[in-house]
Write a protein that binds this ligand. Structure first.
Ligand code: ADP
Ligand code: MG
Length: 584
C-alpha cells in the first residue's frame, strides 16, 4: 500500500456519509463498525502482534465511556475534555491491571483478564455513581465550532477520521524501535532481551496502548449513544472483539477493520434473517458465528486479511546516515571475560560443573565438547538468560552474575543462538536492527509521531552495513524465516554485530553453511579479532575450529576436560578419549 493512502482515506471519511441515498440504517452500522475497528486495532497490536490474549478490552471501552459520561453529566465538563480524561483513566487502569496480569503467560493471562473483565462489569453495574444497571443517560453530544455533531453523518465522518488516524499511528508505532520490541514479543522475546529490549516494559506498553485505543472508542461510543450502561462492556463484548480480530486477521492492522466490518454486518443480517428462517427468536446468531469461526480457523488460521491481500514485504530504502557512535575497544590481549567456577544444576542434572576460563580482547576461544556437554548452558549463564547455581561471570572485572540479560547486553555482550531465534514474519534487516536497539533512544511517542526518523535511518544504515559485512545484503527485505537455516544463523551474527560488541558468543554459527560460506565466516571472525573483539565460539566443525581459534576449552558432562592451543588439546589423552576419539 502506498504511504499516501491516509489522505484519500480521510477524504473518503468526509464524503462517504453524504452519498445520496445512503440508508440511515447503514449510517448506524458504519458508526458501530468504525468504533469497533478502533478498539480491534488495539487487539491486533496486543494479541495478534504482541501475543498477549486479553478478554478485558471491552472493560477499557467502558472506562473510556464512563469517564466521559460521568464528567460531562455529573460535572458538566465539555465532552471534548472527556477524551483526554477517558484516555488517562484507561491508561492508568491498564497500567495497574497490566502490572498484575501480565506476569501471567498464555492461557493464564487470558483467564486472568477474564476475571478482571467480570469484576469490572459488576463494578459498573453496582455502583450508584455509575447509575447501576441503568447506567448514565443524558450525555451531551459533541459540538464542533458551534455545530452539533449529533447528526449521524457528521459523527460518522468523525469516527472514521479517528479510525484512519489510529491506523496511521499504529503503523508508525509498529515501524519504530519500540514497535520492533513489541513485534519481537511473540516468538522472539528471549533473543530481544539478549539485545537489550526491556520485554516486560514492551508488554506493558502494548497493553496500555490497546487500552488507550479502547478508551478512544469508548469516548466516541458514549457521545454517539448519549447514554451508557454496563452491558456493552462485559466479557461477551470482549469475546466479540476478539472474534473480529481473529476473523479479520489478528496479525495485521487491516484485519481489524475487515473483522469489524464482517462481524458487525453478519451479526446484523443474522439477527434479521434467522428468526424468519427458524420461525422463532433466540440468540441463534452465536451458533452461526461459532460455525463461521471454526470454518475460518480451518481454512485461514491467520484470518481473512492475509488471505485476501497477500502480504508483500515492503522494500526498505536505506538512506545514507551518520554512523552510530562506537564503543572504545579494549587493548588487544587485555582480559574481557572471566568465568569463575561456574555451575548450573537442573534438578539432579549438573549441566555445568565448576567451569573456569577466560577470553581476552582480540582472541578467539573455542568452547568444544560433545552434545550435552553444557556449552549452550554456559552461554546462557554468561549472557544472563539463565542464573548460575554458583560461581561468577565477570566482564572487565565487574560481576555480571544476577544481572538481567538486557543489562549484560548493554555492557557489550552479544550472542547468537544454537536454535535460531529470529522474529518470524519480520524482514531480515528489521531482525538485524533489533541488535542495535540499545544504540537508539526513541520511545513510543516519538515513534507514533514519526519524530524518530533520523535515528531510525542511522539504526537501519548500521543494520544494512552489518548485513553487507556478513554477505547477506541481497536478502535484506526477505522474511527472515524464509531463508535457509544456515543463512538464518548468519543473520543472527549480523544482529549481534549491530550491538557493537566487545564480547561475541557464537553458538554453532557454521552449522548448515556450505564450504565457501564457512571460509567467508572464518575471514569475518578474523577481522573482528583484529578489531579487538573477544570471541567465544561453540562449533562442531573441527577443521573450522582448529584453524580459527587461539585457544580451546574442552567440556564433557559439564566439566572442563582440557584447555590450551589446538595442538595441545588435540594430543590430550582425556580429550581424545571423550571427544575427538568418539568423532573418529
Ligand atoms: P551442549 O550445548 O553442550 O550440547 P547444553 O548446554 O545444551 O549442551 O545441555 C547440557 C545439559 O543440560 C544437557 O544434558 C541438557 O539436556 C541439559 N539442559 C539444558 N538446558 C536445560 C533445561 N532448561 N532444563 C533441564 N535440562 C537442561
Ligand atoms: Mg548446544
Amino acid at each position: 500500500m502506498s504511504r499516501y493512502w491516509p489522505l484519500p482515506a480521510l477524504a473518503a471519511c468526509a464524503l462517504v456519509p453524504w452519498l445520496p441515498g445512503l440508508p440511515v440504517f447503514w449510517l448506524t452500522l458504519l458508526n458501530y463498525i468504525g468504533i469497533s475497528a478502533i478498539l480491534v486495532v488495539g487487539v491486533v497490536v496486543l494479541t495478534g502482534i504482541g501475543g498477549m490474549t486479553s478478554f478485558a478490552q471491552a472493560s477499557f471501552l467502558g472506562f473510556g465511556a464512563y469517564a466521559s459520561a460521568v464528567l460531562s453529566t455529573h460535572y458538566g465538563l465539555s465532552p471534548w475534555l472527556g477524551l483526554p480524561a477517558a484516555i488517562a483513566v484507561s491508561a492508568v487502569a491498564a497500567g495497574l491491571i497490566g502490572a498484575v496480569t501480565l506476569r501471567l503467560r498464555g492461557h493464564y493471562l487470558a483467564l486472568g483478564t477474564m476475571a478482571v473483565a467480570m469484576s469490572l462489569y459488576y463494578l459498573f453495574a453496582n455502583l450508584d455513581f455509575f447509575g447501576r444497571n441503568d447506567g448514565i443517560s443524558g450525555i451531551p453530544p459533541l459540538n464542533l465550532f458551534g455545530l452539533s455533531l449529533v447528526d449521524g453523518r457528521l459523527y460518522l465522518t468523525l469516527i472514521w477520521a479517528v479510525l484512519v488516524l489510529v491506523i496511521v499511528a499504529t503503523n508508525n508505532l509498529l515501524d519504530s524501535r519500540v514497535g520492533r520490541a513489541i513485534r519481537s514479543l511473540r516468538g522472539g522475546a528471549l533473543a530481544a532481551a539478549s539485545f537489550g529490549v526491556n520485554t516486560p516494559a514492551a508488554r506493558q506498553l502494548a497493553f496500555v496502548y490497546a487500552a488507550v485505543l479502547a478508551a478512544i472508542a469508548g469516548w466516541l461510543y458514549a457521545h454517539l449513544q448519549r447514554s451508557v450502561n454496563p452491558t456493552p462492556f462485559g466479557l461477551n463484548a470482549s469475546i466479540e472483539y476478539m472474534l473480529m480480530a481473529v476473523l479479520g486477521g489478528a496479525g495485521q492492522v487491516g484485519g481489524a477493520v475487515l473483522g469489524a466490518v464482517l462481524v458487525t454486518v453478519i451479526n446484523d443480517q443474522l439477527q434479521d434473517w434467522l428468526p424468519r428462517l427458524l420461525g422463532q427468536r433466540g440468540n441463534y446468531e452465536s451458533i452461526v458465528f461459532g460455525l463461521i469461526l471454526l470454518a475460518v480457523l480451518q481454512t485461514a488460521p491467520e484470518g481473512l486479511w492475509p488471505h485476501l491481500f497477500r502480504g508483500r514485504t515492503r522494500k526498505r530504502v536505506i538512506a545514507p546516515a551518520e554512523a552510530l557512535p562506537r564503543r572504545v575497544m579494549p587493548q588487544a590481549g587485555s582480559p574481557v571475560l572471566a568465568v569463575e567456577r561456574l555451575s548450573k544444576r537442573f534438578g539432579g542434572l549438573i549441566a555445568v560443573n565448576e567451569i573456569s576460563f577466560a577470553v581476552n580482547a582480540g582472541e578467539i576461544v573455542g568452547l568444544i565438547g560433545p552434545n550435552g556437554a553444557g556449552k549452550s548452558t554456559s552461554f546462557n549463564l554468561i549472557t544472563g538468560v539463565a542464573d548460575p547455581s554458583s560461581g561468577a561471570v565477570r566482564l572487565f572485572g565487574t560481576a555480571l552474575t544476577g544481572q538481567p540479560a538486557r543489562e549484560i547486553a548493554q555492557r557489550g555482550v552479544a550472542r547468537s543462538f544454537q536454535h535460531v531465534k529470529l522474529v518470524p514474519g519480520m524482514s531480515v534487516i528489521e531482525n538485524v536492527a533489533i541488535g542495535a536497539h540499545l544504540r537508539g533512544q526513541a520511545g513510543a511517542l516519538a515513534g507514533v509521531l514519526r519524530l524518530d526518523r533520523a535515528e531510525e535511518a542511522r539504526l537501519f544504515a548500521e543494520a544494512a552495513r552489518q548485513l553487507a559485512r556478513v554477505g547477506l545484503a541481497e536478502q535484506a527485505d526477505r522474511k527472515a524465516t524464509d531463508l535457509a537455516l544456515g543463512q538464518q544463523r548468519v543473520v543472527e551474527i549480523a544482529r549481534a554485530l549491530c550491538l557493537d560488541p566487545v564480547l561475541l558468543l557464537l553458538d554453532e554459527p557454521a552449522a548448515g553453511l556450505r564450504h565457501n560460506e564457512k571460509v567467508e565466516l572464518a575471514a569475518l571472525l578474523r577481522r573482528l579479532r583484529a578489531e579487538g573483539v573477544a570471541v567465544l565460539l561453540v562449533e562442531h566443525d573441527m577443521d573450522f575450529v582448529m584453524n580459527l581459534t587461539d585457544r580451546l576449552v574442552v567440556m564433557d558432562f559439564g566439566t572442563k576436560l582440557a584447555e590450551g592451543t589446538a595442538e595441545a588439546v588435540r594430543r590430550d589423552p582425556a580429550v581424545i578419549e571423550a571427544y575427538l576419539g568418539a568423532a573418529q
